[in-house]
Design a binder for this molecule. Sequence first.
Ligand code: CA
Length: 244
Amino acid sequence: LNKNPKILVVEDEEAIRTGLVDVLIFHGYEVDIAERGDIGLTKALSGQHQLLLLDVMLPKVDGYTICDRVREQDKDIPIIMLTAKSADEDIIHGLKLGADDYVAKPFSVAQLILRIQAVLRRSQKNLINSSAVYLSNGAYLDIDNLSGHYNDVTLTFTRKEMDLLTYLFSHHQRPVSREELLNKVWGYDRYVEIETRTVDIHIAKLRRKLEADHKNPESLMTVRGAGYRLLIAEQSIESSADMK
Ligand code: CA
């Protein structure tokens, strides 16, 4: 959802790490690094990255353990393992622990970038497995086409508005805080107080589109002290439950 996804590279071999950083930056990604597994694990659990690139053999804590621990907390974040060439057990073990893909060393840069792009695309798509979403008040959203309708009125949305709705939809079981939205939809690393206005302004605009009375919302709810929650229609619950 972010313009420049931030990738965490956990790799102890300096030459490989430096090469990865250069390549990723060249392709427009933001990059964070860790040279040791324990530091990598802490960073990986911070929720600040959109993708993890994990070497297997690392000092202190290995890549499998990082993968395993991250998956306990976050089922969605894409993980690519860097494995030794032709080590099938490595690959299978990594995938069993919830890695999305692997790249065997020595890897080609072009192949690695393609894998990263594919995994990121999938992870953003998989938030919802259907492009059609119904809210509890009967409003309909066509996510891929940035459109929808409500009360026989055709609606159009900006990409950011739809990203915001998509995130709320895929986490509809709970309220989502402004800070989380700023982090996941806007890509802010830290909570910046003034920026919470950005979220509120977008919510207000969306309510004018999606609610009969924007002052008394029936679907895009405010949960006092917790954030915003999107109430969705029964027929949409299955597609959100199927998300990765
Ligand atoms: Ca290593």
